[in-house]
Design a protein around this ligand. Structure first.
Ligand code: 8X3
Length: 249
């Protein structure tokens, strides 16, 4: 098998960590399938990369995910990256619709992809699942609410999957990033309010970039097959915990 034949599927590949990961896995020699809802974006990125294809996909749509899985000739790596936050409302007043939407994409979206692609991942004899959780999946903070709950769900899904697949030829890796400055994460969370989104990173000298996180993903994926990076927590130096961030005034 040549390196180029090995296929990596990256969800949420239209921007941020997903797009950066697609780039790095392509550079590492993988044929990369970029999956995301925004077809124009993934088509543009796929055109820049060697051995890359774009597939318009909403990971919360199970029928669409099953059709996507059926269209693949092989899948060696799944990077389940699609996810996101909506709002910072306290538990007392948050909109249940936001909680539901976050559970749908951050937990059920991962579940859909894992269930649909597991037969192909196993069939390679050396499959890898990477779930992008978050430091929000390992501790809470005020206003974290539904996002923290959903990312804890993604973390538990990943840990349980690793237990259940022990003995199968599939690694299960969790990457948990802290503060990452991307074009869209905070903007989506604050529903397009640029001032509020900018405040998240205010005074933080160097938040992580999407490329920083993509490097950790590519590194974990390219370890020898018997090496499973169970959990990799990555934060900027200026962030010691979810609630301890150094800001320069
Ligand atoms: C993003 C990290 O701190 O915004 O997953 O919850 S945080």
């Amino acid at each position: 098998m040549t390196a180029a034949a090995r296929t990596a599927v990256v969800t949420g590949a239209s921007s941020g960590i997903g797009a950066a990961t697609a780039r790095q896995l392509a550079e590492a020699g993988y044929r990369v399938i970029l999956a995301a809802r925004r077809k124009d974006r993934i088509e543009a990125l796929a055109a820049e990369l060697p051995h890359a294809e774009a597939y318009a996909l909403d990971v919360t749509d199970r029928a669409a995910v099953d059709a996507f899985a059926a269209s693949l000739d092989r899948c060696d790596v799944l990077v389940a990256n699609a996810g996101g936050a909506l709002g910072t409302d306290p538990v007392a007043t948050a909109d249940p619709a936001d909680w539901r939407a976050m559970y749908e994409v951050n937990v059920l979206g991962v579940l859909n992809m894992v269930q649909a692609l597991l037969p192909a991942l196993t069939a390679t004899g050396d499959g890898t699942v990477v779930v992008l959780s978050s430091t929000a999946g390992h501790g809470t903070y005020e206003g974290g609410g539904g996002y923290v709950a959903a990312k804890h769900g993604a973390h538990v899904l990943t840990e349980t999957l690793r237990l259940e697949l022990c003995g199968e030829p599939v690694r299960v890796i969790e990457i948990a990033p802290g503060m990452v400055k991307t074009d869209e994460f905070a903007l989506t969370r604050f529903r397009g309010d640029e001032a509020k989104a900018a405040k998240v990173y205010q005074g933080v000298a160097e938040p992580l970039t999407a490329e920083d996180v993509a490097e950790t993903i590519a590194w974990a994926v390219t370890r020898p097959a018997h090496v499973n990076i169970d959990l990799l927590v990555v934060r900027p130096r200026a962030q010691a915990s979810n609630t301890k961030v150094h800001r320069e005034s």
